[in-house]
Design a protein around this ligand. Structure first.
Ligand code: CA
Length: 233
């Protein structure tokens, strides 16, 4: 790639991780800005608005979750959290604070690049207003948004209005993890964010209807303790 690639702001204090990211991303055409802490990250992000932020949670001067909130006060830039923290609470907090996705260290370069492509694709769609494509297709599954019709392998799938909303929400965020809170807010409204069991119950029903094998779902994947992700293909 000789043209200027997407500009990525890497916020990471570990030199070894910085070297790994620098080498991996530069060789795939990305341009890099690097910050070793939260204050520097916020300064760089406003001076040179990046196309994507890779954000470590454990920073020397502030928490990455707070940094996510600070960024979200003024920018919709995709934020991909990279962290050594395994705890589900941290993932949920980062995502609810406005991060787009979460990778737990150690991770492979291919996984990182794939998640970055998904985040950039979503941001691009949001920007050029093409988010609402009339038909969504993935594997055997087809959602005709204009007609509100879902088919699997050509056969019509009968969904309740809530199941339909859930499926469309997941599909329109394909590749991206959605937390229980985000799903509740989008589907049931802002007053119902404590009813996480709704999500599990409806998701189970939805899987029975749209998955060939609901016990081993191909599309509606559980992110344990965090939420759900729609897997394409
Ligand atoms: Ca760190």
């Amino acid at each position: 790639m000789s043209e200027a690639g997407p500009l990525v702001l890497v916020v990471e204090d570990e030199p070894q991780m910085r070297r790994f990211l620098r080498a991996s991303l530069a060789s795939h055409g990305y341009r890099l800005l690097e910050a070793g802490g939260a204050a520097e990250a916020l300064r760089l992000a406003s001076a040179h608005p990046p196309d994507l932020v890779l954000l470590d949670l454990g920073l020397p001067d502030a928490d990455g979750i707070d940094t996510t909130r600070r960024l979200r006060e003024w920018t919709r830039v995709p934020i991909l959290v990279i962290s050594a923290r395994q705890r589900e609470d941290d993932k949920v907090m980062a995502l609810d604070a406005g991060a787009d996705d979460y990778l737990t260290k150690p991770f492979g370069v291919n996984e990182l690049l794939a998640r970055m492509r998904v985040a950039l694709r979503h941001a691009g769609r949001a920007l050029d207003g093409t988010a609402a494509e009339p038909v969504f297709e993935s594997g055997e599954l087809r959602i005709d948004l204009a007609r509100r019709e879902v088919t699997r392998g050509g056969a019509v799938v009968h969904l309740t209005p809530i199941e339909y909303k859930l499926l469309v929400l997941l599909a329109q965020n394909a590749g991206k993890v959605l937390t229980h809170q985000q799903i509740l807010r989008e589907v049931w409204g802002p007053g119902s964010t404590r009813q996480t069991h709704y999500v599990r119950v409806y998701m189970a029903e939805l899987r029975k209807k749209v998955e060939a094998d609901p016990a081993r779902p191909r599309h509606i994947v559980t992110e344990q303790g965090v939420g759900y992700r729609f897997r394409e293909g």
